[in-house]
Write a protein that binds this ligand. Structure first.
Ligand SMILES: Nc1ncnc2c1ncn2[C@@H]1O[C@H](COP(=O)(O)OP(=O)(O)OP(=O)(O)O)[C@@H](O)[C@H]1O
Ligand SMILES: [Mg+2]
Length: 604
């Protein structure tokens, strides 16, 4: 029942469309039952004509006592043709309307899911992996669509057919109708039993599909690693195993669904046998006219088809139920990071960044608590200031940067922008004031210019070129065949790591942020160029607050203040020059080590 409510909630926005479609369907059903009624009239008319042609009336050829609409058999033919044409029109229209509704539903569902993914936070991504998300967004949506279109159409078709045909048959012959429907309770019981199995198997099959999709996407993005470690065979085996699981689960589901179909067909068949046996006897005894018998048989055939479909639809509903549950899990997963209903600050951002004893722990994975990634960081950067962050891998630099635009949710009051805790900021306004360059800059399948203008599509060509100059990517333009219009990313030219990083910087520069967060954003660029880019950035955005996380000490020398992190704590802080002068500082040691390495490399 709860599952049914889920469906209805999903369908609610399209109710007018569905109501109209179902009305057309009802008309179709009424019209289609006109056909056997006309046939009965025709048969009785023929029987009457035959009887009056013969000298004496034969008992078995008794005409029906019910009044007939037309006297002449030819008139029935004409009425049948007209009915058939109108019937075809209403049936097609009902299909178009309802199937269209399901297509709209699938489109809106995909959009909602996508928006959900955009809004999701780390706990969400810790819960669902890429494969699961992809298979839910594609394959579960397709199943939900199947329920909404053929599913609903066939269900109502069967209900309407029953609703009209059964009372009609009852008025003709209650006894015979009872015989016809004798096997149906048996069918209902069997279907209920099989349906719960279908749902269980369907869910398992979809879960196997998650694994398959996840495996595929991981292999595709890590193809070089797979080849470098000659893991092709092992990977292929893993894939084949997931694939087999999927096959097994979906075969079981198919068998359970097939069982429902067989039961429905058998039930109909048994009904037809009973009718022939019992009804045939009555005709012979003259209790039933030929027309009535023909009518019964035609109506039975017409009711039988929807009943067979109904079995199929019930199993489809069970499958759909599993999918709708899986979709709702995504749509209803709690989102911690959202804009407050009454924000205290709506921007524009001025650029002051502060943290107060910031502690952050990533969500537990499979029940395993993690140690805090940040264990009490306090810092303050005035508007226009430059802060450097360094420290060994895993020391918490990226985590700290993520807390500022609220990509992760730090405890309330521990991260402030312009003196207001970030969770009290209107989220879009907060993020609009920031430029964030991640460790591994993303490139979209767009032209270079479009990639740079991603955050501000209306930017002029001159602005894009200026951003490229600041990021020192302008020199690389000559290497690209179509310059600014070169399609880069997956479908085009694949950029080098250093080019990708500088592209990400150009993208951030173009939105003229008040706070620029650079997460090791120049690690793949040579030291000289990196320092030049940072100089360009300061000149291009003189008022922006800049926070730079980096391993390379040379890129941090221009900062106003420098923090050295270790295991989520600040272990050193001060002006870079002062730290360099202190021979006992970690920063001094890091710098010396890197300088020596560079010298050795140069000599080599
Ligand atoms: N998405 C995540 N989920 C769970 N734990 C994470 C996640 N990202 C980082 N961590 C953990 O948090 C700690 C801090 O990681 P963080 O990425 O902030 O370090 P970092 O200083 O940026 O390292 P690097 O120099 O390698 O970029 C590490 O122990 C890391 O394993
Ligand atoms: Mg990092």
């Amino acid at each position: 029942m709860q599952g049914l409510r889920r469906y209805l909630r999903l369908l609610a926005p399209y109710r007018t469309r569905y109501a109209f479609g179902l009305l057309l369907l009802l008309a179709t059903n009424v019209l289609s039952l006109l056909v056997p009624w006309l046939i009965k009239g025709a048969v009785d008319a023929l029987a009457a004509a035959g009887a009056s042609g013969q000298a004496s009336g034969d008992g078995a050829l008794r005409a029906s006592a019910t009044p007939r609409p037309f006297a002449e058999p030819e008139h029935y033919a004409l009425a049948l043709v007209v009915t058939a044409v109108v019937l075809m029109l209403t049936r097609t229209a009902s299909r178009v309307v309802v199937l269209g509704g399901a297509r709209h539903l699938a489109r809106d569902l995909k959009n909602r899911l996508y928006e959900r993914l955009l809004a999701a936070d780390p706990p969400f991504y810790a819960r669902f992996n890429t494969g699961e998300l992809m298979s839910r967004c594609v394959s579960d949506v397709r199943i939900a669509q199947a329920v909404a279109a053929p599913g609903i159409l066939y269900t109502f078709n069967a209900l309407f057919m029953f609703g009209i045909a059964v009372p009609y048959l009852l008025t003709l012959s209650p006894g015979l109708t009872g015989v016809l429907f004798l096997p149906y309770p048996f069918l209902a019981a069997l279907t209920m039993w099989a349906a719960t199995r279908v749902k269980g198997y369907a869910r398992q099959a979809q879960e196997a599909m998650d694994e398959l999709t996840g495996h595929l996407s991981e292999t595709l993005s890590g193809m070089e690693v797979v080849k470098a470690f000659t893991l092709e065979e092992a990977q292929a085996e893993r894939f084949a195993r997931s694939n087999d699981t999927f096959l097994e689960k979906s075969m079981r589901e198919a068998v359970a669904r097939g069982g429902i179909g067989i039961a429905a067909t058998l039930t109909g068949g048994v009904g037809a046998c009973l009718l022939l046996w019992v009804g045939g006897g009555r005709v012979v005894r003259g209790e039933l006219s030929y027309g009535e018998f023909a009518l019964f048989f035609t109506v039975l055939a017409m009711v039988l088809r929807p009943v067979i479909y109904l079995g199929w639809v019930l199993s489809l509903f069970q499958r759909g139920l599993a999918s709708v549950e899986r979709l709702d899990e995504l749509l209803e997963a709690p989102l911690a990071i959202r804009s407050p209903s009454e924000p205290r600050a709506r921007g524009p951002v001025r650029g002051e960044v502060e943290t107060r004893d910031l502690v952050y722990r990533y969500p537990a994975l499979r029940g395993q608590q993690r140690r805090p990634a940040l264990a009490g960081v306090t810092l303050h950067v005035p508007p226009g200031g430059t802060l450097g962050l360094t420290g060994r891998i895993g020391s918490g630099k990226s985590t700290l940067l993520r807390a500022v635009p609220r990509f992760i949710d730090a405890p309330p009051g521990s991260v402030l922008v312009d003196g207001v805790p970030v969770e009290e900021w209107e989220l879009d306004a907060l993020r609009a004031g920031m430029g964030y360059v991640p460790q591994d800059g993303a490139v979209f399948s767009l032209t270079l210019a479009e990639n740079v203008a991603f955050g501000r599509p209306e930017a002029s060509r001159a602005e894009v070129l200026e951003a490229l100059r600041v990021a020192a990517l302008d020199k690389d333009l000559d290497q690209l065949e179509d310059g600014l219009e070169t399609v880069v990313g997956e479908r085009g030219v694949t950029l080098s790591g250093g080019q990708r990083q500088r592209l990400a910087i150009a993208r951030a520069v173009l939105v003229a942020p008040r706070i620029l967060l650079l997460d090791d954003a120049l690690s793949m660029v040579d030291a000289e160029t990196a320092v030049a880019v940072l100089g360009n950035l300061r000149a291009a955005l003189p008022e922006a607050t800049v926070i730079i996380a980096a391993h390379r000490t040379a890129t941090l020398l221009g900062c106003d203040e420098l923090l050295v992190l270790d295991a989520g704590r600040v272990v050193e802080r001060g002006a870079p020059v002062a730290l360099l002068d202190d021979a006992s500082s970690r920063f001094h040691a890091m710098h010396e080590r890197q300088r020596l390495q560079a010298e050795i490399l140069e000599e080599a």
